[in-house]
Design a protein. Structure first.
Length: 255
């Protein structure tokens, strides 16, 4: 009898302790989920891309409303890419222990990203055309589509660099057409976009080479190995610097 009473008291105590645990109010919960959705866009990379496209459009002479539209279109596109990456890789990220991902930490369920992806993708299309016309808008939409092909197909293959090269090259067309429908990227600018894209891919992939190899995943960096990937990245940085020098020189001479 005493043993039963002790268990009952223990049970009541446990219930009371459970009930008395602090809970998040609705505002705190909404803020927490908002932060999780923002983090799932791969926010630092997404912000860098949005600022790059927005600032480049302003520097190239785009009107304030074109610059604003480029900001909105690129933000929608980057959100689409980031969210689809976390949705598609949710199980793989969990297996790899990538605790920085909101879907791994449990801040979001992968299925929570489906509606935001649909909304951001649908916004990307009209915003791209409004920002840069038919050709420039189509270039941005294809660039986002190329990034989605990376997420769903090429990320784990030795061709993982191709979508980066394609997307960054097309980004220059988007920026040029958003600045002026009469403006087109020169060959040095296109080459710079390709080089920057492949370089960004390598620097993003090199830290994960060991974990990706352990998981049986591919990718250019895994195929090359750490040493050769670093060597290639250094060579690409030098080429980016040289190409950027040519672009800047040409830009200054044209003013």
């Amino acid at each position: 009898m005493l043993q039963r009473g002790y268990k009952a008291e223990g049970f009541v105590a446990r219930v009371n302790r459970t009930v008395s645990l602090p809970t998040m109010n609705n505002d705190s919960l909404r803020r927490s989920r908002l932060r999780a959705f923002i983090a799932a866009t791969h926010f630092p990379q997404a912000l860098a891309m949005v600022l790059l496209m927005t600032i480049a459009t302003a520097v190239c002479g785009g009107t304030w409303w074109r610059v604003a539209l480029v900001f909105a279109a690129s933000a929608a596109g980057q959100a689409t890419v980031g969210w689809t990456n976390d949705l598609h890789d949710a199980t793989a990220d969990l297996a790899a222990g990538r605790v920085k991902k909101p879907t791994v930490r449990g801040d979001l369920h992968a299925k929570d990203l489906r509606v935001p992806i649909l909304v951001s993708a649908l916004l990307t299309i009209p915003l791209s055309f409004l920002a840069a016309g038919w050709v420039g808008g189509a270039a941005h939409i294809v660039a986002v589509s190329s990034a989605l092909i990376y997420n769903f197909s090429l990320a784990r293959t030795m061709w993982s660099w191709v979508p980066y090269a394609v997307s960054f090259a097309l980004m220059t067309v988007f920026i040029a057409q958003a600045s002026s429908l009469a403006l087109w990227p020169t060959w040095p600018v296109l080459c710079l976009g390709i080089l920057v894209g492949v370089t960004a891919h390598l620097f993003n992939a090199i830290p994960d080479i060991d974990s990706d190899r352990d998981m049986g995943w591919g990718g250019l960096a895994v195929f090359l190995g750490r040493r050769r990937s670093i060597v290639l990245a250094v060579v690409l940085v030098l080429l980016v610097a040289a190409c950027a020098g040519v672009v800047i020189t040409n830009f200054v001479a044209s003013q």
